[in-house]
Design a protein around this ligand. Sequence first.
Ligand code: DX5
Ligand code: ZN
Length: 222
Amino acid sequence: MTTNNTAPKISPSLLAADFTKFGKEVDRVVAAGADMLHFDVMDGEFVPNFGISPLSIAAVRDRTEIMFDVHIMVTHPLRYIDALVGVGSDMITFHIESDDEPYAVISAIKAHNIKAGIAFSPNTKCDEIFPFLSDIDLVLPMSVEPGLGGQAFIPDTLNKIEQLHQFIHKLDNAPDISVDGGVTIEVGPVAAEKGATILVAGTAIFKSNHPKEVIDKLRTTK
Ligand code: DX5
Ligand code: ZN
């Protein structure tokens, strides 16, 4: 078994932020040592919820130089890319279960010289993602059903991370493995040991009064 002991990057998910002070929440986690910021965009169709608007992303773009990691849970990703690049996305991750042809979406994202990622939901198998791994910068196995923060981490995701890592570490340009949903200070380091290189965490970071401690603990490798 191959394991990974490089410290993962931490991407706080703004879905769990206090929206009455969205900009200050961005400042709080940047000051706490976040490596990037995760924004969830939803269309109310691919998932039965609405997430963060491009307007909100634009509103905080000038506060920090940090990477904006944008996760789109939408049926037609191609319709969103130009707008999301326009508000300052540095990486856009779309779902393999969406309706648009994956290579068309990857090309449309990369045409803007930003990073392209593919996310997949808990019921989707890694086999469906393997063909794309050489062409993307990020793969994101969801560790909860997409669309809602505050859910419990699905343990089988650790097996998926391991499978992806086994495949990826042989590639010349290995994409990052990100994990999103229910990531806590307990399971985050285990996911990193299995091969996750980016940990997305909403509730664990934003609902804490000590986000720096949480981020430091998430980053701790075994
Ligand atoms: C869920 C989102 C996640 C979510 C994570 O669909 O993609 O980014 O905000 O939140 P927690 O860490 O609370 O599960
Ligand atoms: Zn997300």
